[in-house]
Ligand binder design. Structure first.
Ligand code: GLU
Length: 479
């Protein structure tokens, strides 16, 4: 960071999401991105997307595009990063190799970095010997006395200046410490010219003026390494906020595929709303300190606080996701609701009146496809098929039911075609019920005659949607 930048950036919150392009984005990764983004937004700060693509062997083609698509879907937008650039471009580590070399040179000049003189086989022998002696392998125990000049052909190692314990304050977990066993002369730059994660992310966090680093617990044990590099460079480290792990639905095991540990875009394909997904992920490890559970994105930005991130594992609960999604569906405008539902409906039943029926019964859009598969919507555009016994209600007789249906047909026929509304139909059916004193023997056969289902939307509503002609036709058929 230049001095000018330091002055300008004073007090400005800068967070980053730094994924490695090694596969699809899963809920854990996205939650990290979300928390970093929320914290930056809340503080009018900067959120950076940085792609950590220095491990070419583990890189999976298409992952960068996938990361970008996932974040775009959720509306997690970056102020600096791929596609849009920014003052610290490039945001791909593989395009920043000169910078890592520059920092490596600073350490070399301080006598704190040296080329590894050993072949891989030699290091393997050291490792095996330590193992045989049941001791941890420490490279620093084999550190050469005199260092060669580094020409890039050999890995460059950090000469850990001091083997000591480190204590630091984590914004979530409070005081943490790790002993000297975590420290070793680790590799800064590999022989292929790429830096290691341990080194590159520090250089980038420094250069990009990152103030808050949020990431999973797996990085706690390496923190002494990071702190020793900051110390060697004479630079203050950023704040660390370690996020709690995400656990499976039983709250004990680590998240598995069955609990929803899948590609986050699969949630999009299943028809979850991005704002519901954001709401759900935000609550996976954070709480607002009150009873609220449903948040718009703006409300989340307002309410989010690092101090309310929990310590214990957050439990992934897909039923809760469904519930949250349903609540967000309720918030959609009529137009949005209609457009989304119509995307899933066959043309024959793209009718306005069906929208409330569907929206009441689903928690995500793909539920519509399931309803269609189960034939639950067939009766809107196909004559229902059922066996005639189904029309008989409990202990009623066939004669009783036939009379009721006849009566209903007569009454419904009196309604004008243009005012054939659910209210009018209901009125009619109530009238016949009063006459016979048995509402079940009225509603049940009408429901069956119109839908062919035991459980269906209200028969009055179906009648209104089908219209007078079709309703009477189906009742005649039942008769
Ligand atoms: N590239 C690292 C990962 O994907 C980032 C860790 C960090 O945020 O520092 O795990």
């Amino acid at each position: 960071m230049s001095e000018k930048e330091q002055v300008e950036n004073k007090n400005k919150v800068v967070t980053r999401f730094a994924p490695s392009p090694t596969g699809f984005m899963h809920v854990g990764g996205i939650r990290t991105a979300l928390y970093a983004w929320l914290w930056a937004k809340k503080n009018n700060g900067t959120f950076i997307l940085r792609i950590e693509d220095t491990d070419k062997e583990r890189e999976v083609r298409g992952s960068i595009e996938h990361i970008i698509e996932s974040l775009n879907w959720l509306g997690i937008n970056w102020h600096e990063g791929p596609n849009i650039g920014g003052p610290h471009a490039s945001y791909l580590q593989s395009e920043r190799l000169d910078l890592y070399k520059k920092y490596a040179q600073i350490l070399i000049n301080k006598g704190l970095a040296y080329p590894d003189p050993y072949t891989e086989e030699e290091v393997g022998v050291f490792r095996d010997t330590a193992e045989l002696a049941k001791k941890p392998f420490l490279y620093r125990e084999h550190r050469p006395e005199v260092f060669d000049k580094w020409d890039g052909a050999k890995p460059l190692r950090f000469k850990t200046p001091e083997i000591k314990s480190y204590k630091w304050n984590d914004l979530v977990y409070g005081n943490l410490s790790a002993g000297p066993e975590a420290l070793d002369d680790f590799i800064l730059i590999k022989s292929d010219g790429y830096p290691t994660y341990n080194f590159a992310h520090i250089v980038d966090d420094i250069e990009m003026c990152v103030t808050h680093v949020m990431r999973g617990q797996e990085f706690i044990s390496s923190t002494p390494k990071f702190l020793s590099i900051y110390e060697a460079l004479g630079i203050k480290p950023p704040f660390y906020a370690t996020l709690p792990p995400i656990m499976g639905s039983d709250g004990k095991k680590k998240l598995g595929k069955r609990d929803g540990a899948k590609d986050v875009l699969e949630y999009r394909n299943e028809g979850y709303l991005p704002e519901a997904m954001i709401n759900f992920l935000a609550l996976l490890g954070w709480n607002p300190g009150d009873e609220r559970e449903i948040f718009t994105v703006d409300e989340l930005i307002e309410a989010f606080d690092i101090s309310r991130i929990g310590h214990s594992g957050a439990q992934m609960n897909l039923e809760k996701l469904d519930w949250i999604n349903k609540e967000h569906i309720k918030k959609l405008s009529k137009e949005e609701l209609r457009n989304n539902i119509f995307k899933y409906l066959p043309d024959e039943i793209k009718i306005e009146k069906i929208i409330p029926i569907i929206s009441e019964r689903i928690s995500k859009w793909s539920d519509i496809t399931e309803m269609i598969k189960r034939g639950e919507l067939d009766f809107f555009y196909k004559e229902p098929i059922y066996s005639k016994e189904k029309l008989i209600y409990k202990d009623s007789t066939q004669e009783e039911i036939s009379n009721n249906i006849k009566n209903i047909i007569l009454k419904l026929d009196e309604i004008d075609e243009n005012s054939f509304s659910k209210e009018k139909v209901k009125e009619c059916l109530n009238l016949v019920s009063q006459e016979t004193g048995k509402s079940g023997a009225i509603l049940h056969p009408v429901r069956f005659a119109l839908s062919g289902l035991d459980r269906s939307p209200d028969p009055f509503i179906i009648a209104e949607i089908l219209g007078k002609n079709e309703t009477l036709l189906r009742l005649q058929k039942a008769l």
